[in-house]
Design a protein around this ligand. Structure first.
Ligand code: CA
Length: 225
């Protein structure tokens, strides 16, 4: 089945080029010219990846990505005219997966889309070798095939970590990505949830600790447990 790609870009000329490039590669393309439209499309359609322009008429692409991240780990590739800005924020603060700097060649964008999709789909195509399986629809995570009994916050934290193995997330970032009202919580709460999460993972594999603590920085999921 063809992957459906959502292109969020307000300039019709650029959107057309992207649509052409991606459809010749066999992707199905849905186009939104505004952030609001994009959020509506994401609510309803089976989109596999979002190509997201940062300069949109109704809102900033970074903010939109943060909104998307509150409910979804869908891969996001940013389009930007300013490489200096995005380098700093793309992975850590916003939760994007990659970026392409304008002007870009259609071939380059297609290559990035394919690479990100491959990475994103690797865990479920890994023939059971990946320790975590996420069921987005039921909001459940299994570990080595055993369903984890997680609280809402544990689920969200683990979901964020699984979305980007190897990335170090600070407590602030985890709160921002996992909590509805980050101001209402304290740093320590993140530590507490990580502690209970680890205990639950240990029950299934006592010798493994897939979550790594980075002193003074935060937490990451080990790329191989
Ligand atoms: Ca734009």
């Amino acid at each position: 089945m063809a992957h459906k790609i959502l292109v969020v870009e307000d300039e019709p000329g650029i959107a057309d080029n992207i649509r052409y490039a991606l459809s010749t590669e066999g992707f199905e393309v849905v186009w939104s010219a505004t952030g609001q439209e994009a959020l509506d499309v994401l609510k309803s359609d089976g989109i596999s990846l979002v190509v997201l322009d940062i300069g949109l008429p109704d809102r900033n692409g970074f903010e939109l990505c943060k909104d998307i991240r509150r409910t979804s780990a869908i891969p996001v590739i940013f389009l930007t005219a300013r490489a200096d800005e995005i380098d700093r924020v793309v992975g850590l603060e916003i939760g994007g997966d990659d970026y392409v700097v304008k002007p870009f060649s259609p071939r380059e964008l297609s290559a990035r889309v394919k690479a990100v999709l491959r990475r994103a789909n690797a865990p479920s195509d890994g023939g059971g070798s990946a320790p975590f399986q996420v069921d987005e629809r039921k909001k459940r995570i299994a570990y080595f095939g055993r369903p984890l009994d997680l609280s809402r916050y544990e689920y969200r934290i683990l979901h964020v970590l699984i979305g980007k193995p190897g990335w170090v997330f600070s407590r602030d970032q985890l709160m921002d990505l996992a909590w509805e009202e980050p101001e209402a919580s304290l740093d320590r709460t993140v530590d507490t949830h990580i502690k209970t999460l680890r205990a639950k993972l240990k029950e299934i594999r006592p010798k493994l600790d897939p979550i790594r603590t980075h002193r003074g920085l935060g937490y990451s999921l080990k790329e191989s447990p």
